[in-house]
Ligand binder design. Sequence first.
Ligand code: NAD
Length: 511
Amino acid sequence: MATDTLASPATLSHTQTRVFKNFIDGEWVEATTGKTFENRNPADTRDLVGIFQRSAKADVDAAVDAAKRAFERWRLVPAPRRAELVFRAAEILIERKEEYARDMTREMGKVLAETRGDVQEAIDAGYYNAGEGRRMFGPTVPSEMPNKFAMAVRQPVGVCGMITPWNFPMAISSWKLLPAVVCGNTCIIKPAQDTPLSTFNLVRAFTDAGIPKGVVNIVTGFGAEVGTPLAEHPDVRAVSLTGSSDVGRIIGTIAAKSFKRCSLELGGKNPMIVLDDANLDLAIEGGLWGGFGTTGQRCTATSRIIVQKGVYQEFVDRYVERAKKLKVGNGLDETTEMGPAINEKQLQTDLEYVEIGRNEGAKLMCGGNRLDQGEYKYGFFMEPTVFIDVDPKMRIAQEEIFGPVVSILPCDGLEDAIEIANGVEYGLSSSIYTKDVNKAFGAIRDLSAGITYINAPTIGAEVHLPFGGTKATGNGHREGGIGALEFYTEWKSVYVDYSDKLQKAQIDRAE
Ligand code: NAD
């Protein structure tokens, strides 16, 4: 067995089993439990991607101690210098983009074009956040008193704990780590147990860029065993979770008890509205990409398509025809359009929702079955699935499935569409296809979601705008752009009185 420590993964052949350790205080170390877990390819479970440490509270404690010590040094490094390291890490990711994309497809199944995009998103986040090292703007305002100077500066929060999901294993880790580091924080990241390798690769880019010890630490393992102690640790002053709303409730409750800063980026049930005047070719392309990209396993997946009655039948016929032809397979094959589900449990959930939809009276137009013959034998594959004539109150139209199951709902017009779109507990992404600018702006105003696309599906966020949602999608924080800066810094207001006398704010007024 090859042990992957500081060696470049490129030097290890894929026929060897790679064993990955935790990264704590600048050292690659085994978990105190002595236990490990396997990371297998969901397209072919015979393929063992790597073995990772199954860590526990003691490993979290060691990482937090290291991060706490490192914080005292790191916070004093000027932000532009901190940012240079992030920039260098982004440059390293460019060199390794193909290798890391292939690792990602192997560990989580999405097609290569998408995993290349995932690594690219981390690169983009690197460049954006590196620039932030020379901005981190704060207000400088006139004082109400003479000879007094007033401004607010951003300061780091301290030790940050990060818990990530498996569907964007490098991009989402980068949204958290990169701004946190530029802002002067130190971090412990716990990646999803299905996809630790991609976060590991991101951390490796940091180590090779020369990040000082203790600034970035990775502790792998399971949610309750690593994520919970990380969120509970009193020295962790900010915790950032991207994951399901159920886990969001757990982490939010833990954080509330000690008043720590907490960012929750959670589930979605994202609507795409298609009005009668839409460019249907575009809407069909968009709906397929939004619905079946990443096998429907995006928080922003287009899981509901709300179509106005005038074009409903044509949209349904053409959409279903195209969905049936999508090529399902191993994401490492460049011709594959849709990969597997992440694991058996998720696949079973997807299949259960097919049954739920059928029992609720929705019309199953294509898909609904597991694929397990021939090339699919060792993976978690399923047909692209489309339900039509779905009622907005049905469970398949209300609950996040997180699989390749799209619901199409008829609507009377814009007002009706918006009521349907908003009638779920989530509020992450939304979209509308129309050529009418008035309707588009009406939708921008009225859709209750953190993101609205016009003439594009519900997926495709860019790193320099805030990302996140309303209602059960989170607790109001945003990642990306200045959203991240707000989370990873504390404001300090500074007053400099150079009058040489006591001036009393709100009291000493020259009337
Ligand atoms: P999940 O909630 O099961 O797991 C997310 C992370 O939380 C994992 O690292 C997991 O190990 C950890 N975790 C699980 N139980 C925990 C516990 N009791 N205490 C602490 N940590 C715990 O989610 P998932 O299956 O990895 O990802 C899918 C979910 O993530 C979907 O709901 C999706 O919508 C959401 N998601 C949201 C966004 C967003 O930005 N809003 C982005 C991607 C994914």
